[in-house]
Design a protein around this ligand. Sequence first.
Ligand code: ARG
Length: 578
Amino acid sequence: MHDLTEFICERIASLCALAREEVRQALTRPPRLDMGDLAFPCFPLAKQRKKAPPVIARELAEEFAADFAAQGIRCEAAGPYLNFRFDHCMLAGRLLAQALAGSLLSGAGQGRTVVIDYSSPNIAKPFSMGHLRSTSIGNALSHIYAALGWKVARVNHLGDWGTQFGKLIVAFRLWGDRARLANEGIPYLMELYVRVNDEAKARPELDEEARAAFKQLEDGDTAALELWKIFREVSLAEFERIYAILGVAFDSYAGESFYNDRIEAAIAVLERAGLLIRSEGALVVAAGEPDAPEKDAAPPCMIRKSDGASTYAARDLAAIFYRWQEYAFDRLLYVVGSPQALHFKQVFAVLKKLDLAYADRCVHIPFGQVLLNGEMMSTRKGNVIFLEDVIKEAETRALAKMRENSESSDTACEAEIARNLAVSSIIFYDLKNGRIKDVDFNWEEILNPHGETGIYLQYAHARIHGIMRKYDERMSEPSAAIINSPPRVTEEESWPLFDAIARFQEKLALAAEHNEPSVIARFLLDLASAFSAWYRVHRVINEDNPVLSRERMGVVLAVRAVLAQGLRLLGITPLEKM
Ligand code: ARG
């Protein structure tokens, strides 16, 4: 439909010597559906044509008639308005064929590159709900950009370097047990980390030792590196297990440690540009604009600490230089929570001071927190939820719901479905609202089959597969054959479905423009509810009327194709049965 609107704008603009944008702004929806799909008020042309608007409307209707009819648009004058009525059946037929052929989305010729830095958890700590948000938003964005034809580099900037690993090394040297580490993994590392922090309160020399240990790491000390490597491997193994459950993959795990031997070169760049300030033994860059108003001033960006250790910001700068060489990106997105807004502001300010052309291509994509029953989660309060526990809980609940509704005997299959439902529901819950909003974790809402949930969409998708199975049983032709020879659409009532489907491309573009997967999530909810409304009053399978059955089955298949494609964009695997 978007292309029809464009067509109309284009024609009116060129015939009436108006700007296309002006025409687009003026177009309205007629007050009633039976009056048409779009209306153009002719008042602004009165002066130009020196005629009354109703006369102009009649003239234009005549002028456009033939051309527009070829596009499936009828023009009619209604008082001072020029109304456009779309040939819904013709358009629906066209959209149906495109949906079945999988050609609704066209990303042809973009040829641009986006680097997406997402998930990026810190090693030696459990994968939290906070990192889930970065993971699901970043993953959805990666699919959205790819569908638009961008080249996408998915980068996991693992938090695997920094002073805290000095602490962990000290703790491990004091109390470490390799067998326990191998058996227990991350929770054991957490335990050591908590212990060393506790003991350092009474023994400040531990902090000194930790700084020395991180210095050893940065200097390439073999023994320190050997320990660190084990921490990293143990952590990565756990993360990869979780990524497999979520269906997420990365092109690169070049995390913070990867940049260790590029820090000096990055600092040299800053030095040459005359940006480095020595401050109490540390190196900083003043990040504020020289004459920016006070409120916009970012505090100085710390590049090297007084003990010689590199900083998070220094590693991020080195990473940007590297990524530019490696990918020559058109966009570099950082999908990281809002608390790091200042960090990115500082880092980007340094890029601007360096006068780098790609400074403006780097964008922080912030998102809100995960709340637990309306409250902030914090490590200190001990009410952190771990993703893995959440998935397990969701699985148990999904399974219970499934058993309420049917008594399937195939438990392996059941478990697989429950796992999928758990993951789909959690991901969808995370993505359905604007990303900047906090996500308040609430089981009833997440797994409500009648709410705006992943389970609701999966149910809609699986129900369509159920209709297909029934169609294959009852009708002489298999439903799959419809895909290769799509039916004509003759029923006007199918239009609301195609009206929704027609917006897919536009929504995709919008989602990428604002880096906002919720646009796709909302689109899918609208489509699914239009489908339920339609399905309630349209019987699909009717042996006595195979022609109409075939047409309706075609409509159903088109909806299925779009639902499945949209779910995949969000990182959800559509279910055929539940
Ligand atoms: N590891 C960081 C954290 O868990 C996120 C890293 C984000 N990416 C970046 N390039 N700084 O908070």
